[in-house]
Design a protein around this ligand. Sequence first.
Ligand SMILES: NC(=O)c1ccc[n+]([C@@H]2O[C@H](COP(=O)([O-])OP(=O)(O)OC[C@H]3O[C@@H](n4cnc5c(N)ncnc54)[C@H](OP(=O)(O)O)[C@@H]3O)[C@@H](O)[C@H]2O)c1
Length: 244
Amino acid sequence: MTQPSNAAQRRWLVTGASRGLGHAIATIALMRGDRVCLVARSADIVDIATALGPNAMGVQADVCNPDALAALCNAVAARWGGIDVLVNNAGLHRGGKVDGMSVEDWEQSIATNLSGPMHTVRAVLPHMPSGGAIVNIGAVVGFRGFPGDSCYGASKAGLAGLTQVLAAELASRQIRVNLVVPGFVMTEMTATVSERAREKIVAKIPLRRMGRAEEIADVCWWVAGSTYMTGSVVMTDGGLMCNL
Ligand SMILES: NC(=O)c1ccc[n+]([C@@H]2O[C@H](COP(=O)([O-])OP(=O)(O)OC[C@H]3O[C@@H](n4cnc5c(N)ncnc54)[C@H](OP(=O)(O)O)[C@@H]3O)[C@@H](O)[C@H]2O)c1
């Protein structure tokens, strides 16, 4: 593991980067001069990364598969010498009230949204030098009860807890760990929300609009670079949580 040869050019690994927030986070880091490995399950990820230029590489991997993640991180480190920033962004949403949801939805939510970040951290850590940063992507429903969101809310609350523990554990290695919490953002994940439900949620947001992926990505960028922040919860939700 080496420090980046050019201190201004950090090496990022962003999970769930084929679309939505992950793609926006990768794009901002690349536009600002860093190198990014984009990860997703879809085979398209290789072409998606190629389209972003020579500082991007795409690797197909499932965050539920620890062996695939270890192989991926070894390959990135062999090529770039290390990984400075990990963004645990890959996630899925499964809805349904507690007595109606399937056990499979519960298990898939926990596997992807909570165990996935844990597996990815364990795969990245051997390659992350002092000064590294981990940015986890949480959710407002990980902090507030929202009917119909048991799977998703529990998985994201777990991720908030994991963030705190990792911040305390990894501080001695000068690795910072923070949680960025987007509000209601326009992506494929929210595209299926009905117009009526969308209006109800937007009415609760003090800024009275959905967020844009680029606005969340910009916050992830400065959280990754902020040298005296660890264990923090960075709300990026247009004020939604103040109003719940
Ligand atoms: N949009 C919102 O309003 C909102 C609000 C709060 C938090 N978030 C969080 O923000 C993150 C990104 O959400 P989004 O809205 O951008 O969702 P999205 O558009 O559905 O994108 C999800 C991304 O995760 C990848 N992914 C899913 N499961 C994966 C797995 N097992 N392994 C690897 N990659 C996987 C998907 O690619 P493949 O399908 O190709 O694998 C895709 O790139 C999620 O953690 C979500 O919970 C979103």
